[in-house]
Design a protein around this ligand. Structure first.
Ligand code: NAD
Length: 325
């Protein structure tokens, strides 16, 4: 696998910047173009590439179909489409943001790709497309019944991709990520807990009843999985959907315990904030999430190296600056 030119949308974000690092460190492409509007991404995540010949940064908003970024797709071999608003919680309060940031932006990326005949894509989807799954662990062929606008927007994007594979001969590797965590994480429960405990080391407010149980995957495992499914899709072509998650799960209360322990705190009072009657963190929050990863394991040979708990602990240590990746 050696490409000429690749584009990473959202490449200044958490997962996108790790994808850029992986491509650069494995010499997978001659040229890497990052398109990002820095709404949640940071220049710091890519600053080590800025003076490199292979690297180009385009500051642009994908919601606007504009030649400033559209024409950077000329002669591109692969588009890694990571740009989105990843905040599930926000989507229940401001649904329009997710419609625009996720669906409109994705449609524009597809149209720009059609214009420049870029056939190979990776799309960052999410476990939230399944909603409250009837089957756990949840396999890829489970019905898509999202309970958040975020999940619905990801499902809609998947359908757009599917149609572009049928109509225009695109190939797309769809990665339905579980909770991805690690160095450069900028949102989610771990970041939230660390920030709250820095502000008040005696009291931790926990959204929901703390029994929410989900699968967490460390970024190092997630990146390996992402490239495993791209390699597979380059070979097999068409629309290929894979769950990318861990084989076990961890509760929100267990995450709180790990964060408190790693921050060296004692006697922290947990205050559970009941936002919904059944103890979810927020309306639209899935309470139980564990993806069936049989497919990716059997077709690509990938498997996670760290358990959910180990991934949580490693992430806390990385975010506290106690450990590097
Ligand atoms: P992130 O917020 O760190 O990265 C998103 C990046 O996209 C940011 O750099 C942001 O500035 C950029 N962006 C957003 N809207 C844009 C626009 N209109 N134009 C240009 N750039 C734009 O989030 P992340 O956690 O790295 O997530 C990356 C992708 O993976 C997202 O699509 C997200 O939905 C998906 N995903 C993430 C997780 C997770 O646990 N982190 C789980 C499932 C799916």
């Amino acid at each position: 696998m050696k490409w000429g030119k690749v584009v990473v949308t959202g490449g200044a974000g958490f997962i996108g910047s790790h994808i850029v690092d992986y491509i650069a460190s494995h010499f997978l492409a001659d040229e890497i173009v990052v398109i990002d509007n820095f709404s949640s991404g940071s220049l710091k995540n890519v600053e080590h590439h800025l003076d490199k010949k292979y690297f180009k940064l385009v500051k642009a908003d994908l919601k606007q179909y504009d030649p400033s970024w559209v024409d950077t797709l000329k002669d591109v071999d692969v588009v890694f489409h990571l740009a989105a608003n990843p905040e599930v919680r926000v989507s229940s309060i401001e649904p329009r943001i997710h419609f625009n940031e996720n669906i409109v932006a994705t449609f524009n990326v597809l149209e720009a790709s059609r214009k420049h005949d870029v056939k190979m894509h990776f799309f960052a989807s999410s476990s939230t497309v399944y909603g409250d799954a009837e089957k756990i662990p949840t396999p890829e062929d489970h019905p898509l019944k999202p309970i958040s606008v975020y999940g619905a927007s990801k499902a809609a994007c998947e359908l757009l991709y599917y149609t572009y594979t049928k109509l225009y001969g695109f190939s797309v590797a769809v990665g339905r990520y579980a909770n991805i965590i690690g160095y450069r994480s900028n949102h989610g429960v771990i970041v939230d807990f660390i920030n709250k405990l820095r502000r008040n080391p005696q009291l931790l407010e926990i959204l929901g009843d703390g029994t929410q149980r989900k699968s967490y995957l460390h970024i190092s495992d997630a990146i390996e999985a992402t490239f495993a499914i791209i390699r597979y899709t380059e070979k097999e072509k068409g629309f290929q959907v894979f769950n990318i998650g861990n084989e076990d799960w961890v509760t929100v209360k267990e995450i709180a315990d790990i964060v408190v322990e790693e921050m060296g705190l004692r006697n922290v009072e947990y205050r559970f904030v009941m936002v919904t009657p059944d103890g979810r963190g927020w309306p639209g929050d899935v309470k139980l999430m564990l993806l069936d990863i049989t497919k990716i394991k059997s077709l690509t040979g990938w498997r996670p190296k760290l358990t959910s708990k180990d991934a949580v602990r490693k992430t806390v240590r990385e975010l506290l600056g106690k450990e590097n990746i």
